[in-house]
Design a protein around this ligand. Sequence first.
Ligand SMILES: Cc1cc2nc3c(=O)[nH]c(=O)nc-3n(C[C@H](O)[C@H](O)[C@H](O)COP(=O)(O)OP(=O)(O)OC[C@H]3O[C@@H](n4cnc5c(N)ncnc54)[C@H](O)[C@@H]3O)c2cc1C
Length: 261
Amino acid sequence: VRIREYLRPSSLEEASALLRGSEDNRIVGGLTALKLANASIGTAIDLSDLGLDYVRSEGGRLRLGAYASLRSVELSPLCRASASGILARAAGRVGGVQLRSQVTLGGAVSSRWAISEILAALLALDAELSFFGAGRVGLGAYLEKPVLADILVEVSFADLPRRGSLRSARISYLDYPLLAVAVAVGEGRPGGARIVSGARPARSRLAEGAMRAFEAGADPRECGEIASGELDFGDDARASAEYRRRVCAKLAERALAEATE
Ligand SMILES: Cc1cc2nc3c(=O)[nH]c(=O)nc-3n(C[C@H](O)[C@H](O)[C@H](O)COP(=O)(O)OP(=O)(O)OC[C@H]3O[C@@H](n4cnc5c(N)ncnc54)[C@H](O)[C@@H]3O)c2cc1C
């Protein structure tokens, strides 16, 4: 990565003005994705002085600052206790401890890696993103939009008494998942569930037909079949589309069984 100038603004207003100053200017998190992309940056805008590394429960929501490291999310008692700890578990699966101490939650969300179990878990939790300029945006809507030239300030989700499950299939322990499924059951209304599949290898998406079937009383096996029938799957070096489809049915079945047992 090449950086012409490195600045640590003392307010979000200042950071936003710097970001708007040139399209080469970038907010930097842990720089891990930017290094991989060999990015060329005009002004690197480091938000470390803005106190955005928090994880707290407030107003019935779990609130995570965009500069919280994945390691702090993984170890947070609040994240571990919420919805069977699916977000903490997703964070704990990214690389090794050194990498997780460097990667920020804001960077992980903003880079929108399709293989990301973090995005799958956050979508199952119906997370909301707070941007400095655009305000609050649901994660589902954000993932369908073009990248926003804005500052992600906070990620939050309702702190409900939910149960969750995160399942993935990998060729080897340290490899990226060839498929991931995250579910959150409860949602404050009886019978409600959010069922998400990611790394198909496309971006995480809700299995809405399976969610409706679950609410109508279908069992985990039926819901898994519906999810695998309604989502699209692709081929890549890790697996074929057909293999992913079959794995999705099983992972969704097991995830729902675990979250409801
Ligand atoms: C070896 C390796 C293994 C990995 N494995 C996984 C994995 O298994 N699962 C997974 O999910 N991810 C994985 N990742 C990806 C990791 O999550 C990314 O590197 C991460 O997405 C980038 O986080 P960062 O804080 O380093 O962001 P940076 O690299 O600093 O930034 C990434 C992008 O996000 C933007 N950005 C950062 N913060 C903000 C903000 N607050 N507001 C607006 N834009 C912002 C930057 O401008 C940039 O475009 C892996 C990465 C590596 C290097």
